[in-house]
Design a binder for this molecule. Structure first.
Ligand code: MET
Ligand SMILES: [Zn+2]
Length: 782
């Protein structure tokens, strides 16, 4: 067998986000179930054919999903929480993802949502308990999709998350007894995996890809033992049932160095995939372990989660070395991880008048990455001369980028070098600032606010799109947006919210909006990647040194402030979130890029203050996500991440109130860093997670003000008043009452107006309820 080519997964949205529109149409009732399922099938076929025509040997199936592939695995193995048991089919599936409310009949909240390792992809973790019973669904999705590809003549390598990672990614049901360990479910789960693999084998699959990304993380001895136990049991079950399917265990997002021996020792596994982009240093460990065990390796040399062209020369050298050591039949060339985290293709970038030719020349999206993998494979198979032209073109792009004057901005580099320690702290400590701000802002106790965005209606999106296209004049655009802002301000005043926002109507996306206005940052026309469910983001591309030529938000914010006497909160995205949600240059440490962005945001903060804005929020939802997967790398990251935020936030006077906002991550891990950010008010998502977060804040005695979200914004469901007051009651068991803010979990952009009004009414009523209770308590004390 010669060297083969492979990918671990392909983006599922389609070249023009077809899947998004199908799924959202289905939710709205404008697309029927049949049309949704047929449309999804067409997309899968299209994507398989693209891979086939490019020459990919190992084409995955079941990497597709209508919402999330981890949720799919839960459905495949019947791990469906009790509260959805009365539902079935797609209704049940989407209820788990998004909640479901049908007047008088159904009212179920969604499952939580969590970031997939350090990516901006969110998966749906299922809660497990001792009563969880796994049962393999009949004609399950992996089998259906394998057969579907087979029917068009493509033999795929079905993918499914591996059993140990499945359990590690899941949550423990809140009601489960404390002695319950979800890993105890491994035997029962593995038996169902054996059943599934047997069915896939019977259908004709030769290889299965089991993703075990946790193998690149720090594992406890117990977890290591569970890995061995799981794969020993799986191998035995498959052997007993004479299933001849070969298993590839895929690891990614870090090198395999620390667990290489464990991974290669897993019984019944024929090949291991290693990420050699993040983990290039683990190459020797991986290849030696493969040699020692006689197993095959899949070399992840093409970055699956960035947009830059791969530097083919060093990648090819790794492949060639592996072939010398292991022999061609034990080597395949692959993407570092699933291409799910890359945009679809560069086609759209090459069209139209304003093509940024440099940028296009420096990038490769999923479809172009297939070409890179195939070029490397052919070079390894037939020699470099066979693909000489492609290799030369690649080398030319790579060196062109390195030497481009667009990458280097000496003024930005000099400014960062000259930063003084005083530019990393506020003028006075929080206690002093609190008094000054209280005098200026005169807010009631339990002040209410929202996280920034208000519903983004179709007409709003149309207005922005027309302006971008040039079919709407600037003055008309501004007039319409001002109308929207005025309506949003009025809406909040009517609801009696204390600290208002302008609603972010001008923003497509909280990172893209800033990316478009910063120097050193490019943007794509169609570079969408899935963030969660049907939602996609179009990350900016940070290619050079970053600076802010002009104010980015001052006009909209001051206009909004001019309409009200209440404080108007300026809304910015913080440096770490801009970094994490962008495609970042790979030619300098992320730390430098982060701090450059910190300085650019600082300029904006100072300009907002100068323009009279008294409250400024710098969102950092991604700060936890940037945390390296390995603990040994945490301190270094947290130090520079905190500094980048402080660079952005500390240029103001004591009287200016700095807020930050974070959501959908396990913040317990980084409490100290969160405290070091020293923002005056932190709003943090907590309605989807449980009390764990509040307890973490209690343990570290969060010193400033805190607004743990009191309702979930990802659902149409209007949380009733009692549910909200309960949440505040819970908060008060952990937090000082006079430090609590009342706010939603996150921005309201995905909601409709009607439900927004209803839910915010309950939110304000909640604040008033506690306010009067506090006043009554104070009166009775006197
Ligand atoms: C993912 S965090 C979102 C924060 C942003 N200000 C918003 O309200 O949409
Ligand atoms: Zn948020």
């Amino acid at each position: 067998m010669p060297v083969t080519s492979a990918i671990l997964g392909f983006p599922r949205m389609g070249a023009n986000r077809e899947l998004k529109f199908l799924v959202e149409g289905f939710w709205k009732g404008t697309v029927s179930e049949t049309d949704l399922l047929n449309g999804a099938k067409e997309l899968r076929e299209k994507h398989w054919r693209i891979q086939q025509s490019k020459g990919i040997d190992a084409i995955p199936s079941n990497d597709f999903s209508l919402y999330d592939h981890i949720l799919d695995a839960a459905v495949t193995f019947g791990a469906i929480p009790e509260r959805y048991a009365g539902l079935s089919g797609l209704e049940q599936y989407f209820a788990m993802a998004r909640g479901l409310q049908k007047p008088g009949t159904v009212d179920v909240a969604s499952l939580p949502m969590s970031k997939y390792f350090d990516t901006n992809y969110h998966y749906v973790p299922v809660p497990l308990s001792p009563s969880t019973v796994f049962t393999l669904a009949p004609n399950s999705k992996p089998v259906r999709e394998f057969n579907e590809a087979k029917a068009i003549g493509i033999k795929t390598r079905p993918y499914i998350v591996g059993p140990v990672s499945f359990l590690l990614l899941a949550r423990t049901n809140k009601e489960a007894p404390i002695q319950f360990n979800k890993l105890d479910l491994i035997d029962a789960l593995v038996d169902n995996y054996a059943g599934l693999i047997g069915e896939l084998g019977a259908a004709g699959a030769e290889w299965i890809q089991l993703d075990e990304p946790h193998l690149t993380n720090d594992l406890t001895p117990v977890q290591q033992a569970v890995y061995l136990r799981a794969y020993t049991r799986l191998a035995a079950k498959l052997a007993a049932a004479s299933v001849g399917v070969k298993l590839l265990v895929a690891t990614y997002f870090e090198g395999l160095d620390i667990n290489a021996d464990l991974a290669f020792a897993l019984p019944g596994v024929s090949a291991i995939h290693a990420d050699l982009v993040r983990g290039v240093d683990s190459f020797t460990a991986v290849v030696s372990a493969a040699k020692a065990t006689g197993k095959a390796v899949s070399l992840g040399v093409v970055n699956g989660r960035n947009v830059w062209k791969a530097d083919l020369e060093p990648a090819l050298r790794l492949v060639e070395q592996a072939v010398v050591i292991l022999g061609a039949d034990r080597v395949s060339v692959a993407s570092s991880c699933s291409l799910l985290h890359s945009p679809h293709s560069l086609d759209a970038e090459r069209l139209g008048a304003q093509v940024d030719r440099d940028l296009v020349d420096w990038m490769a999206f999923a479809v172009e990455k297939l070409d890179e993998i195939v070029v490397l494979t052919k070079a390894a198979r037939f020699g470099r001369q066979y693909v000489r032209a492609a290799l030369d073109a690649n080398a030319k792009s790579i060196s062109g980028k390195k030497e481009s004057p667009r990458i280097n901005n000496p003024a930005v580099q000099a400014r960062l070098k000259a930063v003084l320690p005083s530019q990393l702290t506020r003028k006075s400590p929080y206690a002093a600032r609190r008094k000054i701000q209280a005098d200026i802002l005169k807010l009631p106790k339990y002040p209410t606010t929202t996280i920034g965005s208000f519903p983004q209606t179709a007409s709003l999106r149309r207005i922005r799109a027309q302006f971008k296209k040039g079919t709407l004049s600037k003055s008309e655009y501004e007039r319409l947006l001002k109308e929207e802002i005025a309506a949003v301000v009025k809406f909040q005043e009517n609801l009696d919210i204390d600290v208002l926002v302008h609603g972010e109507a001008e923003r497509n996306d909280m990172v893209e909006y800033f990316g478009e206005q910063l120097d050193g940052v490019g943007f794509t026309k169609n570079g969408w990647v899935q963030s969660y469910g049907s939602r996609c983001v179009k990350p900016p591309v940070i290619y050079g040194d970053v600076s802010r030529p002009n104010a980015m938000t001052v006009d909209w914010t001051t206009y909004a402030q001019s309409l009200t006497k209440r404080p108007m909160k300026g809304m910015l995205t913080g440096p770490i979130t801009i970094l994490c949600w962008s495609f970042v240059r790979d030619d300098q440490p992320r730390e430098i890029t982060a701090k450059q962005i910190g300085l650019a945001v600082r300029d904006e903060v100072v300009d907002l203050e100068k323009a009279g804005i008294k409250v400024i929020q710098i969102d950092e939802p991604a700060i936890r996500e940037g945390l390296p997967l390995r603990r040994t790398k945490w301190d270094d990251y947290l130090k520079w991440a905190v500094d980048a935020f402080l660079l952005s936030s500390t240029g103001v006077e004591d009287g200016t109130q700095i807020h930050s906002h974070m959501c959908y991550s396990d913040f317990e891990d980084i409490m100290d860093a969160i405290i070091q950010l020293d923002c005056d008010v932190l709003s943090i998502e907590s309605a989807k997670s449980d009390l764990k977060l509040l307890q973490a804040f209690q343990q570290r005695a969060y010193p400033n003000e805190l607004g743990p979200g009191i309702f979930d914004i990802h659902t149409q469901r209007v949380a009733p008043l009692g549910e909200m007051t309960n949440r505040v009651d819970q908060m008060q068991t952990c937090l000082a009452w006079d430090r609590i803010w009342i706010n939603p979990d996150c921005g309201l952009k995905t909601r409709g107006w009607e439900e927004t009004e209803a839910v915010l009414k309950n939110m304000v009523a909640t604040a008033k309820h506690f306010r009067s209770a506090a006043i009554a308590a104070a009166a009775s004390e006197n």
